[in-house]
Write a new protein. Structure first.
Length: 22
């Protein structure tokens, strides 16, 4: 999936890529 909006896709992206909440 293309990361355009890092607001709602943050949960889906964390599935494959772990993104620590800054």
């Amino acid at each position: 999936m293309i990361e355009e909006e890092e607001e709602e896709e943050e949960e889906e992206a964390s599935s494959k890529t772990i993104i620590p909440p800054a």
